[in-house]
Design a protein around this ligand. Structure first.
Ligand code: HH2
Length: 259
């Protein structure tokens, strides 16, 4: 899953792809590198980010979704707003990546169910503006797993087909360095929920803490985290640079005899 952030303020590439033409060119490059899915988003969820309005989000993402949808590109919409998801699904997206796990908008589950779309349910403690203010858990892995099980059951009860649902432990969403590492170490327990796991560590802050590197220089750290997650059962990897992670996954997949 290649990241296409059509935002002025994303933590690692804010402003770079705010112009539709730049976002579309970037998306095509990620596809050429081997991305199976493009995750187009118009609202940053970085720690401390302020929410944006529905109108602004639509204005950012729709020209990009429409252009890529017309080319038949495989598209995910990264949003927690039902109206944005609805418009993107109508224009060719087939996947909704909702970091609130269908809690952000009471209409979202119905939109996903009606479209027969795939959906990713992400664990987040609190909300982006405050989620990194001293997050605490008893057992982070147990609590994230319980949350995802509860959201999965809720989504199915709302009419979303279970085989369309993906789950994501939400690396960096209300987690300390230790919480993130524990989640990676025990990711097999999250995979044990029984739905495919999406894993999003790309360029995140914990990699900076460990390596001392700035966002754009965290590709080796990103690849390392993705490989560890792959070994523990993750199925999809949300990344800003597709080629390095795909190379690494090909080597790991051949070695472990998994695809
Ligand atoms: N992380 C980000 C955004 N969306 N979706 C899923 N499923 N999992 C993630 O870990 C995840 C996500 C944050 O990264 P990014 O899009 O690069 O930054 P920003 O939120 O600042 O736009």
């Amino acid at each position: 899953m290649g990241v296409v952030n059509v935002t002025p303020d994303s933590f690692s590439d804010g402003g770079e792809f705010l112009e539709p033409a730049a976002a579309i060119t970037h998306a095509r490059r990620l596809l050429a590198e081997g991305a199976d899915l493009l995750d187009v988003g118009g609202e940053s969820t970085r720690p401390g980010a302020e929410p944006v309005s529905e109108a602004v989000e639509l204005e950012r993402v729709m020209p990009v979704i429409e252009a890529l949808g017309a080319e038949g590109a495989p598209l995910s919409i990264d949003t927690s707003k039902a109206a944005v998801a609805d418009a993107a699904l109508a224009a060719g997206a087939s996947f909704v990546n909702d970091v609130t796990a269908l809690r952000g908008d009471s209409e979202m589950a119905a939109v996903v169910a009606a479209a027969g779309a795939d959906v990713c349910l992400v664990h987040m403690l609190g909300e982006p503006r405050t989620m990194q203010d001293d997050p605490r858990y008893g057992d982070v892995v147990g609590e994230v797993r319980e949350f995802l099980e509860e959201r999965l059951a809720w989504a199915v009860a709302q009419g979303i087909a279970e085989d369309r649902i993906w789950i994501d432990p939400g690396i960096g969403f209300g987690k300390t360095l230790e919480h993130n590492l524990e989640l990676i170490r025990r990711l097999d327990e999250i995979a044990g929920v029984g739905r495919p796991v999406v894993f999003g560590a790309s360029r995140k802050r914990f990699l900076g803490h460990l390596t001392g590197r700035e966002e754009r220089d965290r590709v080796a750290g990103t690849v390392a985290a993705n490989l560890l997650a792959f070994e523990r059962g993750a199925a999809m990897f949300r990344v800003h640079e597709v080629a390095p992670t795909l190379d690494a996954l090909r080597v790991a997949g051949a070695t472990l005899e998994r695809s």
